[in-house]
Design a protein around this ligand. Structure first.
Ligand code: GTP
Ligand code: MG
Length: 138
């Protein structure tokens, strides 16, 4: 079955939104097959965000992702990759529509990086690559 990697980013964990975010994934009908609170490492983040290296927000993004624990999640179900991105909403939490995780729970905090609560893989290839990075045993 199709799988995706979801991360509740450090802002979501700090604000106590992990349960609410997991609730939305389960309420949609997807299955949680792995859930683990982890501290990211520079090595994992370099691989995870390789496509963004060199962009102006890259350094603040990595620093933010190291600012506290993240909840790493593998969710499973037909269409889960696109389905979770639809649940998450637009990257910019100010623009994200109400009804979405970022639209309902996120806002602009005036910081250098968009603190937008969650990450979700964007293709089958990135999902399998990212699951291997965050859950080497899976
Ligand atoms: P993810 O699910 O986290 O990958 O979000 P995404 O796919 O909607 O965004 P993308 O992969 O393009 O960017 C990864 C992360 O970098 C985003 O979630 C933001 O935290 C941050 N980011 C992306 N674009 C910008 C930007 O233009 N400005 C700033 N400040 N941060 C950005
Ligand atoms: Mg992305």
């Amino acid at each position: 079955p199709e799988r995706t990697l979801v991360l509740v980013k450090p802002d979501g964990v700090r604000r106590g939104l992990s349960g609410e975010i997991l609730r939305r994934i389960e309420a949609k009908g997807y299955t949680l097959t792995a859930v683990e609170l982890k501290n990211a490492t520079p090595e994992v983040l370099a691989a995870h965000y390789a496509e963004h290296e060199g962009k102006p927000f890259y350094a603040p993004l990595v620093e933010f992702m190291l600012s506290g624990p993240v909840l790493a999640v593998v969710a499973e179900g037909q269409g889960v990759i696109a389905g979770f991105r639809s649940l998450a909403g637009a990257t910019d939490p100010t623009a994200a529509l109400p009804g979405t995780i970022r639209g309902d729970l996120g806002r602009d905090w005036g910081l250098k990086v968009q603190q937008n609560l969650v990450h979700g893989s964007d293709s089958v290839e990135s999902a399998e690559r990212e699951i291997g990075l965050w859950f080497p045993a899976l």
